[in-house]
Design a protein around this ligand. Structure first.
Ligand code: HEM
Ligand code: HEM
Length: 244
């Protein structure tokens, strides 16, 4: 087995471990963080079903961002929806047989890459061009966008310009999953794409990208507006009550 294959195999095992453990730990930590106050942003749903509907609108349509800023909404939504389709298309590298809906999504995922990168470009331009946003932007805000753009562009180069050996690539990743190592195709663009993806996986659990699981734990979004019907007691306060 070539050195490059060994390095990439090791890199992806470590990156996956850090992503799964890191993300698992953060989600566990979020789940046990007390929400001592009743603070749903009103007007808020008064039933649990209503909360699910509100959360779905927030995650799928970015409703509150739409209400607050149309430009960021356009670019942000283009990027995220593009990313979603691109990632759905990528599932074909990790599944055998490929699920039928992943087959259907293939052509959409291919062109969604344009949405994704255009959205990211708009978000990056905003960080440079809008004074009040530039003022509060940190290096990590820029780096995150640049990293995602680099992943997107390297992917698009393979899809639209210089193809890589998809069959060999799939056998490498299936091999990783079933502990049966196969050689990785050694095109430079693919190697760059994959190294950047591994970097993204490692920084995900220690960066602002945690907003993806975090949104589900936001008390302003996930609480039912029922403080007149039920007294709100945080879990830790309820335990204290019992002990006294
Ligand atoms: C449940 C899934 C997700 C939801 C609901 C979500 C929602 C959002 C929202 C509402 C913004 C705010 C835009 C703004 O006000 O500036 C945002 C920003 C961002 N999201 Fe997500 N996101 C999700 C998943 C992801 C994932 C998986 C990634 C990357 C792998 C990602 C990358 C980013 C980045 C880089 C920004 C910052 C853009 C900027 O510079 O302003 N998001 N997201
Ligand atoms: C281990 C994970 C990944 C592997 C093995 C992988 C592999 C590939 C390959 C082989 C292509 C070329 C497809 C073709 O020629 O038809 C591609 C394209 C692409 N990749 Fe990835 N990639 C991975 C993760 C990601 C991630 C996390 C992102 C986004 C953040 C991404 C974004 C893209 C984009 C935008 C394209 C171009 C559009 C497309 O063909 O889907 N990739 N990727």
């Amino acid at each position: 087995m070539s050195t490059v294959t060994m390095i990439y195999a090791g890199m992806f095992y470590i990156a996956t471990l850090l992503l799964v453990v890191g993300l698992g730990y953060k989600i566990f930590d979020y789940s046990r963080t007390p929400a001592p106050l009743k603070i749903p942003t009103t007007p808020a749903p008064t039933t649990q079903k209503g909360v699910v509907y509100r959360m779905a609108k927030e995650v799928v349509l970015f409703e509150s961002l739409f209400k607050s800023n149309k430009w960021i909404w356009v670019f942000g939504w283009l990027f995220h929806f593009g990313l979603f389709l691109v990632l759905a298309r990528h599932l074909r590298y990790f599944t055998e047989p490929v699920w039928f809906w992943v087959v259907i999504v293939q052509p959409f995922g291919k062109y969604a890459s344009i949405m994704m990168v255009a959205g990211l470009a708009g978000l990056l331009a905003r960080r440079f061009l809008v004074d009040r946003v530039r003022y509060i932007s940190t290096p990590s805000d820029y780096l995150m966008l640049v990293l995602l753009i680099a992943i997107g562009l390297s992917g698009m180069l393979m899809t639209f310009v210089a193809h890589t050996d998809i069959v060999a690539l799939k056998s490498f990743f299936m091999g990783l999953m079933y502990l049966d190592l196969k050689p990785i195709p050694q095109d430079p663009i693919l190697l760059v794409h994959l190294a950047l993806v591994a970097l993204l996986m490692v920084i995900f659990p220690i960066s602002k990208l945690l907003h993806a699981p975090g949104v589900f734990f936001s008390p302003t979004r996930n609480q039912v507006d029922n403080p007149r019907e039920h007294r709100h007691v945080a879990a830790w306060a309820a335990r204290l009550d019992q002990n006294n």
